[in-house]
Design a protein around this ligand. Structure first.
Ligand code: IMP
Ligand code: MG
Length: 176
């Protein structure tokens, strides 16, 4: 078990806010005049999603897709399950997937294949965190908007959980 008090700060609330604002500005420029559908992957992205969409100064829809790949373990099982689907069609729309972290990329590969069958006009990925250790490995997916590249810590907080806990921690931390 990991206690809240054992968490060390990796990325502060202030650093997150500054980076999210930058990503929002970039997305605002790049999606101007397009038909933006922002899709958050539950549950881990909920906090990033809420902060990011407030920094996107455009008309857009917001929808969520529930996926589970980890169960209660801390390593990817490679098995991805849709636990709740989108509520709106994405055909012919410019879809931006919002994810908490890309690790092996297996979750994202599955998701890209699934969403591509629904014929979006475009499909891009924004992830808060990306693990450097994974660069160039199997399951590599193109990431258009990366918040922070991190080393090989298991990270917790700002939406990311440890066995279901600590999603509400306002910074990104790790256990020492
Ligand atoms: P992937 O399929 O290996 O890329 O796993 C991605 C998913 O695993 C993410 O969407 C997270 O939900 C979860 N995950 C991966 N690494 C971490 C971590 O360090 N902390 C919390 N969740 C993680
Ligand atoms: Mg996730």
């Amino acid at each position: 078990m990991v206690q809240r008090s054992q968490l060390k700060v990796l990325i502060t609330e202030e650093q997150i806010a500054a980076r999210v604002a930058e990503l929002g500005r970039q997305i605002t420029e790049e999606y101007a005049g397009r038909d933006l559908a922002v899709v958050g992957i539950l549950k881990g992205s909920f906090m990033f999603m809420a902060d990011l969409v407030r920094k996107i100064d455009l008309d857009c829809t917001v929808d969520f897709l529930g996926l589970s790949s980890y169960g209660l373990k801390t390593r990817s099982s490679g098995v991805v399950k849709i636990t709740s689907d989108l509520t709106m069609p994405i055909e012919d729309r410019d879809v931006l997937i919002v994810e908490d972290i890309i690790d092996t990329g297996l979750t994202m590969q599955y998701l890209l294949e699934n969403l591509n069958t629904r014929k979006p006009r475009s499909l891009a990925i924004a992830t808060l965190l990306y693990r450097r250790a994974r660069e160039g490995q199997d399951g590599d997916v193109p990431i258009h908007y990366k918040g922070f590249t991190i080393d090989d810590h298991y990270v917790i907080g700002y939406g990311l959980d440890y066995a279901g806990l600590h999603r509400n921690v306002p910074f990104v931390g790790y256990r020492e």
